[in-house]
Design a protein around this ligand. Structure first.
Ligand code: MG
Length: 344
């Protein structure tokens, strides 16, 4: 990836290890999927684990019908408990195949096209307050109007960061402060009470759902839950508790497009707005994001991330085109991407 290190919460990484999976069929079609964990310490997910798990599952999946995607997901769950990120790339490749077999873009298969232009946000990596303000200006100059600033390192500096970046924010722009689990409960309450006058969304203040809920009960800002939204049950619990206003839906954490669509549809029915993205990725994972976001009712889609534009290498042709803070949703069959195999 480019732009130097990516720093969030208390962590920082300079590069990410992505796995591209291709399913070849006896009818001559190929489907492609991608899984790129945000390093091994962000979620219970790591790149080598994805490859080992895919290899293990593949032994029992070869010969199955890739278009019977629910059947395939049931089989994967029977073969391997948990590890949704392992199953995500396989599921994604099956959706690509289904699109190619039917001549339809994945977006159409996921329910239809609400938009051709998916609203994006740009990450402002954790840095000094002044440098973060400068980054917002850079991203604005690139056409972005929604931003996610990374905080969660030190409460006092975070308050300075949030005040500084909000001071630069225009009325028509949107800013979330993502702590990525970095604050303890008392720190989150203190930071949020100190910044209650700012027009900010707050994302995943603390590590656990329970801590985030206590923070929610003591503060007023709109809350996005991300890392702790790790299952359908947690989503339902969050809705029942009124724990959040929005969630961050990551395709690989859900286990692929099939399960992400299930969560997406439930969120629409329950009135929960979504950031739709993944743990990271190149053109392939980003195309999957574009198709899921493009098939989501516009009012329920908050923003998405153009991960492939952070990367220093291109892993596929046909990735979403980013312009004026939005990315395109391909009209080609499947995901609309063609992997480039000779890159390292
Ligand atoms: Mg987040």
């Amino acid at each position: 990836m480019g732009e130097g290190a990516y720093a969030w919460g208390t962590q920082s990484f300079a590069a990410f290890d992505s796995t591209v999976l291709v399913i070849d069929t006896d009818e001559g079609l190929s489907g492609v999927g991608e899984i790129c964990p945000l390093g091994p310490s962000y979620l219970p997910t790591y790149a080598e684990g994805a490859r080992t798990g895919i290899e293990l599952l593949a032994r029992d999946l070869i010969g199955e019908d890739p278009l019977a995607i629910d059947v395939l997901n049931h089989k994967m769950d029977a073969l391997m408990k948990g590890h949704p990120y392992v199953k995500s790339a396989i599921d994604m490749a099956c959706w690509d195949l289904l699109g190619k077999a039917t001549g339809l873009p994945v977006c159409e298969l996921l329910g239809g096209r609400f938009t051709d232009q998916v609203r994006l946000f740009r990450v402002i990596s954790r840095d000094t307050p002044d440098n973060m303000v400068a980054k917002l200006k850079d991203h604005r100059a690139d056409g972005f109007m929604q931003f996610q600033m990374k905080v969660g390192e030190h409460p006092d500096v975070d308050i300075e960061r949030m005040r500084a970046v909000c001071g630069e924010l225009r009325d028509d722009e949107v800013l979330a402060a993502d702590a990525n689990t970095g604050w303890k409960q008392h720190e989150a309450i203190r930071v949020m009470q100190s910044t209650a006058d700012l027009p900010l969304y707050i994302e995943q203040p603390c590590l656990s759902y329970e801590e985030c809920l206590v923070v929610r009960q003591h503060t007023m800002q709109p809350i996005i839950l991300d890392e702790c939204m790790d299952s359908l049950r947690t989503l339902l619990r969050g809705v029942a508790d009124g724990a959040m206003d929005l969630i961050n839906l990551k395709i690989s954490r859900a286990g692929g497009l099939t399960r992400a669509r299930q969560i997406r549809d439930l969120c629409v029915s329950l009135g929960i707005v979504m950031t739709i993205e993944d743990t990271w990725g190149g053109e392939i994972a980003t195309a999957a994001i574009a198709h899921l976001a493009g098939s989501t009712p516009t009012g329920f889609h908050f923003q998405s991330s153009p991960f492939h534009t952070y990367a220093t290498i291109s892993i596929a042709d046909g990735g979403p085109v980013v312009k004026d803070g939005h990315m395109s949703v391909s009209t080609a069959p499947g995901l609309g991407v063609e992997p480039i195999f000779d890159v390292r």
